[in-house]
Design a protein around this ligand. Structure first.
Ligand code: GUN
Ligand code: FE
Length: 403
């Protein structure tokens, strides 16, 4: 396949740049990248007025929550009880999980997301169905069967031993692996956290959980774990590792940052969710200065935005809200949701347009004269319209095309 247009290419460290050119794909991968003129003859997709981006990568989202977007004005723990847990209970039915996954996959594709670090539910069978279905569509990353054995309605709780056995039986498929997913320490007994830590030493899969999203959550953790600092709770159970994705990480001090850095774990910054649930505003600059690796996630449905471009824009808004340091540039934002998120999820074969990578590509046709802008990437970020996305290709296969 020949795809032509203005390409989003790796820039100087931590940025992307735009340059005219064209790409030749061969089966599932990018065979050639030509940076010169965009090509006008014999092209299959794109054109002079199109941009070609790498697929976007979302490092924190909840697949069963896509129908729960926008249920507003509840604090986190109440929102979980009243909105989220009832929604997740529907995944007890594998047929429901399958059909919802199909709908969610279409939404991911039509918003340009091609790689994910996702949560399913406590239902192991449904989690595997979801992983298999998304793997068949070519998505890369991980899907986790959620571990929870306390502080949720009975219909979502299972004994720790059962959950650990089920999690150990999960199977990778295609470019997706399972993920060890203790929801957060509030919904896991020490036995379950211990079992999750043991699983993590046996399997190469990512670990995902939530950390310090809201103050009431942190207070409850202190009560449940005898005042052990929240970050140390995970560390005690060997859950802080270089493959650990800690969602939110707002209410942390220097000791927490130092511990997270020493274990090389990742914080998934979720600015749209932090705002929607009024969890707080993460200080991104401080977190980065402490040396902690940061990724970016939509956290649907905590975050109401399915578009990683809007999540990236919210990262700028959050940075402006907390301090006077220079907020990330548009070039850094686009780098974050492509190459950087890929690096952090340890997905070296996606996130950049380069020969040898999987052909995970977006064809975008803006309806504004972005070429005339003094800063085209900033114009594109702020004027972004999902209707501009004309095609999403994963592994060289056209998986979404706008009508
Ligand atoms: N903490 C524990 N579970 C969740 C969840 O599903 N969403 C968010 N935003 N925070 C959580
Ligand atoms: Fe979350």
């Amino acid at each position: 396949m020949i795809i032509s247009g203005t390409l989003m290419l790796p820039g100087s460290p931590s940025t992307v740049r735009l340059a005219p050119g064209w790409i030749a794909t061969d089966h599932d991968h990018i065979a050639q990248v030509h940076e010169s003129e965009s090509r006008t003859t014999d092209i299959d997709l794109g054109g002079d007025d199109c941009l070609i981006f790498p697929g976007f990568i979302d490092t924190h989202l909840h697949l069963p929550q896509f129908d729960s977007i926008g249920q507003d004005n509840l604090p986190l723990l109440q929102w979980l009880d009243e909105i989220i847990f009832p929604a997740e209970s529907r995944w007890e039915n594998p047929d429901y999980a399958r059909s919802m996954t199909q709908r969610v996959a279409h939404q991911l594709l039509s918003h340009g997301t091609t790689s994910i670090a996702a949560y399913a539910t406590v239902h192991a069978h449904s989690a595997q169905i979801t992983l298999d279905l998304l793997a068949d569509l070519g998505f890369a990353g991980c899907v986790g069967h959620v571990l929870m054995d306390r502080n949720a309605p009975d219909f979502l709780l299972k004994p720790a031993t059962q959950l650990i056995d089920e999690a150990a039986a999960a199977k990778p498929k295609g470019r997706l692996t399972p993920a060890i997913t203790p929801r957060f320490a509030i919904s896991c007994t020490p036995d379950l956290l211990e079992g999750a830590g043991q699983l993590a030493s046996k399997f190469p899969w990512p670990i995902q959980t939530h950390l310090a999203e809201t103050v009431p959550e942190c207070l409850l953790i202190a009560e449940l774990f005898n005042n052990t600092p929240y970050t140390q709770v995970y560390d005690q159970f060997n859950l802080l590792t270089e493959k650990t994705i800690l969602a939110h990480g707002i209410w942390l001090d220097q000791n927490d940052h130092a511990l997270i850095k020493s274990r090389n774990a990742i914080i998934a910054h979720c600015p749209t969710a932090n705002e929607f649930l009024r969890a707080g505003t993460m200080n991104r600059a401080d977190t980065l200065v402490s040396g902690v690796k940061l990724s970016l996630g939509s956290d649907v449905a905590g975050g109401p935005d399915r578009s990683m471009v809007r999540v990236a824009r919210a990262m700028i808004d959050a940075a402006k809200a907390v301090n006077t340091q220079t907020p990330p540039s548009a070039a850094q934002c686009f780098w974050q949701i492509t190459q950087s998120n890929a690096d952090i999820l340890n997905l070296p074969t996606t996130g950049t347009i380069k020969a040898g990578n999987f052909a995970d590509l977006l064809v975008i046709k803006p309806d504004i004269p972005w070429q005339d802008s003094p800063n085209p990437l900033s114009t594109l970020l702020y004027a972004w319209d999902d209707r501009w996305l004309k095609a999403t290709i994963i592994q060289g296969q056209l998986r979404y095309q706008a009508e």
